[in-house]
Design a protein around this ligand. Structure first.
Ligand code: G4P
Ligand code: NA
Ligand code: NA
Length: 194
């Protein structure tokens, strides 16, 4: 997606060979116009799948996921990383191991909000090793719902997540694919991969 790639090139900061900081438009400060275009793009890619719900993981997935849900005219469901006191009913639960942070997080979704009739589009901001997305597919499976696709804003293609998810048969659409972050430089794979 051209506008996203321009933003990454202009405002992204390479922190290391593994980490791209995008705090000026995605992870801290958020660019609403860019999020709107991202939402339109994901909606166009997945509209034919008759999506009933968009699912993301708090917190940085929410901005692009909300705009996607808005465009598809379906609810956005946000998996929680801590079980809030209000989430007293039964929950679907998955554990997500982050190789980046070397820690395991449990994620929760209320059983009242996802069921076997749902056709779910998973949206997230980053795809690294794919563990967050995999945890979300686990939750969809527990609900006996269908994963209709996975939309990722920035895929770090040099890590294993995209390959892992595609090998499991999921259609993954990434709006920007990063080939490498070596020498302080963002190298992109420019075309949209499906
Ligand atoms: P994985 O789910 O694909 O296996 O990824 P990983 O464990 O590495 O991701 C852990 C956290 O780090 C996630 O955010 C993810 O979005 C973020 N992340 C991974 N790589 C990058 C990167 O290159 N740049 C930036 N800016 N973030 C990255 P999180 O802990 O779930 O937090 P939140 O920001 O969504 O609240
Ligand atoms: Na993040
Ligand atoms: Na995220």
């Amino acid at each position: 997606m051209r506008e996203l790639i321009e933003k990454i090139m202009e405002e992204g900061e390479v922190l290391s060979e593994h980490v791209l900081k995008v705090d000026r438009f995605l992870n801290h400060q958020v660019d609403p116009q860019l999020m709107k275009k991202i939402g339109e793009h994901f909606a166009d890619e997945f509209r034919h799948e008759r999506i009933t719900k968009v699912l993301t993981l708090e917190s940085s997935g929410i901005s692009p996921a909300l705009m996607t849900a808005y465009e598809l005219n379906v609810p956005l469901l946000v998996a929680r990383k801590r079980k809030p006191v209000t989430l007293s009913e039964n929950t679907y639960k998955a554990s997500v191991y982050s190789f980046t942070k070397r820690e395991e997080t449990e994620i929760f979704v209320s059983q009242t909000l996802l069921d076997c009739e749902d056709r779910v589009l998973i949206i997230d901001d980053f795809l690294a090793n794919g563990q967050a997305a995999l945890g979300l597919t686990d939750i969809v499976a527990q609900a006996k719902a269908h994963v209709a696709g996975i939309g990722i804003v920035i895929e770090k293609a040099f890590q294993g997540g995209g390959q892992l998810l595609r090998s499991r048969g999921y259609r993954v659409v990434s709006l920007a694919r990063i080939a490498s972050l070596q020498d302080g430089t963002v190298k992109l794979i420019e075309e949209v991969m499906c």
